[in-house]
Design a protein around this ligand. Sequence first.
Ligand code: ADP
Length: 422
Amino acid sequence: MPGPSKPRLLLLLPTATYRATAFVEAARRLGVELTVASELPSTFEQAQPDRLVTLDFSDPERAAQQAAEFARRHPVAGVIGVDDDGAVVAAAIAGRLGLRGNPPAAALAARDKHVQRRELAGHGVPVPRFELHGLDEDVRAVAARVHYPCVLKPLRLAASRGVIRADDPAGFVAAFDRLRRVLEQPDVAACGDWARRFLVEDFVPGPEVALEGLVIDGRLEVLGLFDKPDPLDGPFFEETMYVTPSRLPDPAQRALARCGETAVAALGVREGPIHAELRYNARGPWLIELAARSIGGRCSAVLRFTAGEGGSGKGWASLEELIIRHAVGLPIPSLEREQYAAGVMMIPVPGEGVLREVRGIVEARAVPLVEDVSITAHPGEALVPWPEGSRYPGFIFARGETPEAVEEALRAAHGRLTFVLQ
Ligand code: ADP
C-alpha cells in the first residue's frame, strides 16, 4: 500500500497519444502515485487495480461517478486531462471529488470552437467575425454572402485538421466539399451533432504565436510564448516550427499575454494548463484558439523550467512536472523558463503515401544545437497531408543561445532528412 504521504494523480489518457511518457516520467520523478484512466479496459486492470481504471470519456458525468467509486478505495489528490476530451472529463471529476480543476462550462467552452467564439466575443476578447453553418445548407448561397478571405473549420477537431482558408466563392465551395468529407469520416461523424456543423470566420492576417500557460486560482502565468517563424497563411494550417523566446517587440508580447488573460477570464478557466494560438497585426492581438490542456504531440520537451529547491536532480523541471505539482497541490518551486532559446519543428508531411524509410537521421542529429530528431511515423504507415491529416511524421528539437540560431538549426536538420515514400 502506498504511504499516506504520496498523493495520487488520476491521469486521463486518450488511447493514442505521444504524451503519456512525459507525464509518467514526471509523476515518477515527483514521487506521485499514478493511476491512468483510459476509455478502453486494459487486461492489466485486474492485476493492478490501483494503477489503471476505465472511465466512460464519452459521458463526463458517468466518468465522474466511476472516478468517485475508484477514489473511495484509492484516494485521489488531483486529476489531469491530457487532451481536449480528457479536459472536459477532468473538469467533471474535479467537481465531483472536490479537486483542483475547471468548472465544466469552462472546459466545454475551451473544447468547442463555436461556444468559445461566443463566450470570447461576448466578453470583448478580440476574435474574428464568425458564423455557424450546417453541412445541409445551400453552400453556394453561403459562399455568396461571407467575407473573404475566410476560414472554414470544424467545431471540435484538433491540430488544424479540416481547417481551410477560402479566398472567393469558388474556393469556398471547394473548401466546403473537402471539410464535409473530413466531417463525414466515420471516426468523426460518430462523435456527435457538432460534426454536422462548421464555423466560417474572417481570416486574421499577421504572425501567429502559441502561448503556453498555467492557470492558478484564475490567474494566468505565461510559461512560454512561441513564435511560429513559417507564415501560416493557408490554405491549410499544418504547423512547422515553434521557437521561444518570441522575437516580437515587448509591447506586442505584453499585449498578447493580456489577450490570453482576458480569454482565460472570459471562458471561466480557473485551474491548470492552457495552450492558446494568437495572432498579432496592426489592430493588436487576436485570440484564435484556447485549449484547457498543455501543448500537444512531443512538443512539451522544448520547455524546461528552473528547478529551484527540491528539483528533480537533473537541474530543470519539465512542463509536466509543473502541471502535476499544481494538480495535486505540491509546492511549485518556479514558473521561470530556463535561459536558453529552444524550438521544435513538427516535421511537415512530405507527401501522400506509405512511408518506406527516413534517411539522414544521424546527419540531422549531428547538426549543432540539435538535441533530438524523433521520427514517430513507422515504416508502412500511411502519411496523410493536411487538411485531412493531423499527424506529423516526427519532431526535431534544438536548444541554443538565441532563437535565430535555434531556428537555423531546425531548418538545417530538416534539410538533411529524406522521406522515402512508396
Ligand atoms: P485546431 O484546434 O484544429 O488547431 P484552430 O482553430 O486552432 O484549430 O485553427 C488551426 C490554425 O488555423 C490556427 O493555428 C491558425 O493558424 C489557423 N486559423 C484558424 N482560424 C483562423 C482565422 N480566423 N484566421 C487566421 N488563421 C486561422
